[in-house]
Write a protein that binds this ligand. Structure first.
Ligand SMILES: *[C@@H]1O[C@H](CO)[C@@H](O)[C@H](O)[C@H]1NC(C)=O
Ligand SMILES: *[C@@H]1O[C@H](CO)[C@@H](O)[C@H](O)[C@H]1NC(C)=O
Ligand SMILES: *[C@@H]1O[C@H](CO)[C@@H](O)[C@H](O)[C@H]1NC(C)=O
Ligand SMILES: *[C@@H]1O[C@H](CO)[C@@H](O)[C@H](O)[C@H]1NC(C)=O
Ligand SMILES: *[C@@H]1O[C@H](CO)[C@@H](O)[C@H](O)[C@H]1NC(C)=O
Ligand SMILES: *[C@@H]1O[C@H](CO)[C@@H](O)[C@H](O)[C@H]1NC(C)=O
Ligand SMILES: *[C@@H]1O[C@H](CO)[C@@H](O)[C@H](O)[C@H]1NC(C)=O
Ligand SMILES: *[C@@H]1O[C@H](CO)[C@@H](O)[C@H](O)[C@H]1NC(C)=O
Ligand SMILES: *[C@@H]1O[C@H](CO)[C@@H](O)[C@H](O)[C@H]1NC(C)=O
Ligand SMILES: *[C@@H]1O[C@H](CO)[C@@H](O)[C@H](O)[C@H]1NC(C)=O
Ligand SMILES: *[C@@H]1O[C@H](CO)[C@@H](O)[C@H](O)[C@H]1NC(C)=O
Ligand SMILES: *[C@@H]1O[C@H](CO)[C@@H](O)[C@H](O)[C@H]1NC(C)=O
Length: 494
């Protein structure tokens, strides 16, 4: 087993000095070799300190390498384990050997695995506890496209099925179960799922199992994912499942805005104490979708998503929504704050989606300082998202939706600013709108749509709110109580 501890990746001058003595046979050659040495020193200084591109004499030089910080007592380099970053060699065993070496350091604070610049093709592999995976600038982990190398796993207990097919599902490219203290970070290196072949096979219906996520951590805690780029996942991109204490910070998530089915950005699923901040997400489905299991399976598993903070995030979702809650929310979702969110060129901005059969609840949700920039529908609540795992769901298991506030929401180029579609079975209670001004595209009627909603508007709100809501002035004094909470003005054709 390899057990070398390598230092950081700085250029070593020492090995270039070794050939000098052989040349020194006369003063002339000494002079010449001194001249060469000075020239070399200047050249090396030039190529290591000046920016990327073309060097002193027109030779191409590699980009300057940022020194990789040492974040654990022990740091390995993937090349120590036989890794080859040529985009063709399979590195699965190198990753597995590195992870095994770090697993042996658990009692000494764990270890760091540096992935240097290069293209590192790999099949799925598992992480271990007390591990930092560091992706250098220019490092890219590439997911192998051949599904025969992707292990099958049992369905998630709160879903009962793979999400797309009955029975097992593919695991994720980078996976972990029952871990603690895991960090995936870097100088904006990339994990690339090369999802195109998966999307094509999915659309042609030739896959027999549900596609795997890019990064999935299950039953784990104390997780940090920061300063990296995740792109082209086969399925959901980052999926923390039944985890606690997860921070996602300064992460870029990319997938084609259309033709990349189900490439959600981040799916906190039955997770508690989670922060998502300073992220840029542009994907082929929901940017962020908070979940907690599907119908009778989610109700039985019974693990909510709670205490989630999302702030300073920019999202684009041409096909779906910037930030969603649901539709799988059967374990319940509560205490979610969404602040300083910018949604642009998207179909919907923020959406809560559920249906009879889900059970559970969505409550204590606070949206603040949202900016909508050219979105079709701004604020959405939908209670008839009738997609069920099988016929075994209980239609009487209705979710409870209450205590949801939208404060400081601005925007432009929005076709329908608000569509809150409650129903007789699933009325929406205790909803608040305050400080709302959303620039609309052209139509002035049926653009603040409501049905079975009870709640209030505080102060000035544009466009004119639906008649279902009580009106308060900016000092919180009741102006007019609504007599028509159940009236319906929902128009999906606008
Ligand atoms: C890892 O090893 C490779 C090859 O030996 C080297 O080029 C690179 O600088 C090393 N990187 C780090 C971070 O140690
Ligand atoms: C990762 O660990 C899980 C759970 O132990 C296992 O089912 C799976 O096969 C492992 N994946 C790989 C690629 O080794
Ligand atoms: C975000 O990541 C980039 C690239 O690694 C880095 O330059 C920047 O300092 C990071 N910003 C924060 C707030 O961490
Ligand atoms: C990180 O890389 C992605 C993809 O290359 C890029 O879009 C993003 O701007 C980079 N982030 C930073 C902070 O440099
Ligand atoms: C799906 O199953 C069928 C029938 O067993 C098989 O012929 C086909 O190769 C499988 N497809 C994939 C992508 O594994
Ligand atoms: C959450 O995880 C971070 C990172 O591992 C850790 O520093 C922190 O102590 C954890 N917080 C709690 C409350 O466990
Ligand atoms: C992200 O990178 C920046 C700059 O390199 C660094 O200051 C910051 O601590 C990193 N953040 C995390 C959470 O790793
Ligand atoms: C907000 O996030 C962006 C990255 O999406 C980052 O560049 C910026 O520094 C963050 N702003 C604050 C106030 O943290
Ligand atoms: C709600 O979540 C926040 C974190 O976003 C946490 O600080 C707070 O304690 C939670 N509130 C309750 C009542 O659990
Ligand atoms: C509102 O969010 C935007 C980012 O979308 C940010 O630039 C601005 O500072 C935030 N305003 C307040 C008052 O927090
Ligand atoms: C409503 O939700 C907010 C968090 O968004 C929470 O602070 C408040 O206590 C909740 N109100 C009730 C009556 O539960
Ligand atoms: C509105 O409908 C709910 C059932 O969803 C019912 O309990 C309530 O009494 C109705 N309110 C009015 C004013 O008709």
């Amino acid at each position: 087993m390899v057990d070398i501890v390598s230092s950081s990746g700085r250029f070593h001058f020492a090995q270039h000095r070794r050939w000098l003595p052989g040349l020194v046979s006369s003063y002339k050659t000494l002079f010449a070799s001194l001249w060469v040495a000075v020239f070399m020193a200047v050249f090396l200084w030039q190529s290591s300190s000046i920016g990327s591109g073309i060097g002193y004499f027109g030779w191409a030089t590699p980009p300057p390498m940022r020194t990789v910080p040492r974040l654990r007592a022990v740091a390995y380099n993937l090349t120590d384990f036989g890794g080859v970053g040529d985009g063709k060699t399979l590195n699965t065993e190198a990753f597995e050997r590195a992870v095994a070496a770090i697993a042996r350091l658990a009692r000494k604070g764990g270890g760091q695995l540096n992935v240097p610049p290069g293209l590192w093709l790999t099949a799925p592999f598992n992480l271990t506890s007390h591990m930092t995976l560091f992706l250098a600038e220019g490092a890219e982990i590439l997911g192998l496209q051949d599904e025969n190398y992707w292990p099958l796993m049992p369905p998630l207990p709160s879903y009962g099925y793979g999400r797309e097919h009955k029975g097992p599902r593919y695991g994720s490219l980078i996976h972990g179960q029952n871990l603690k203290d895991v960090v995936i970070t870097g100088h904006n290196g990339t994990i690339n799922g090369q999802g195109q072949s998966w999307w094509t096979k999915y659309k042609r219906r030739i896959l027999n199992y549900t596609r795997g996520p890019l990064v999935q951590l299950m039953w784990s805690r104390d997780i940090i994912i920061s300063n990296i780029t995740l792109r082209d996942s086969p399925f959901w991109t980052l999926h923390p499942y039944d985890c606690k204490n997860v921070t996602v910070s300064n992460v870029t998530i990319l997938a084609p805005v259309s033709g990349a089915p189900n490439t959600d950005g981040i799916d906190p699923d039955s997770c508690e104490d989670m922060v998502i901040e300073n992220c840029y997400i542009c994907v082929g489905d929901d940017g962020i979708a908070i979940k907690s299991g599907w119908d009778q399976y989610g109700i039985a598993y019974g693990r909510p998503s709670a205490n989630i903070l999302i702030r300073n995030v920019t999202v684009r979702s041409v096909v779906s929504a910037g930030v969603s809650i649901g539709s799988e929310m059967s374990g319940g979702v509560s205490n979610v704050s969404i602040e300083n969110l910018h949604v642009w060129e998207s179909r919907r901005a923020v959406r809560i989606k559920t249906a009879p059969g889900r059970g559970g609840y969505v409550r204590d949700i606070s949206y603040r300082n949202l900016t909508f920039d050219n979105v079709r529908v701004g604020i959405v609540i939908k209670t008839d998202y009738n997609e069920h795992p099988d016929e075994g769901f209980d239609p009487k298991a209705v979710p409870v939706l209450k205590n949801i506030s939208y404060v400081q929401v601005h925007g432009y180029g929005v076709r329908v600013p608000v569509r809150i579609h409650g129903s007789e079975e699933i009325p929406i209670k205790d909803i608040t709108f305050q400080d709302i001004s959303i620039g609309i595209t052209y139509k002035k009627k049926h653009i603040f749509q409501c049905s079975f909603v009870e709640g209030r508007v505080i102060g000035y709100v544009f466009p004119t709110p639906c008649e279902n809501l009580d009106l308060y002035d900016e000092h919180g004094r009741l102006v007019k109580r609504s007599m028509s909470q159940n009236s319906t003005d929902i128009d999906y054709d606008v």
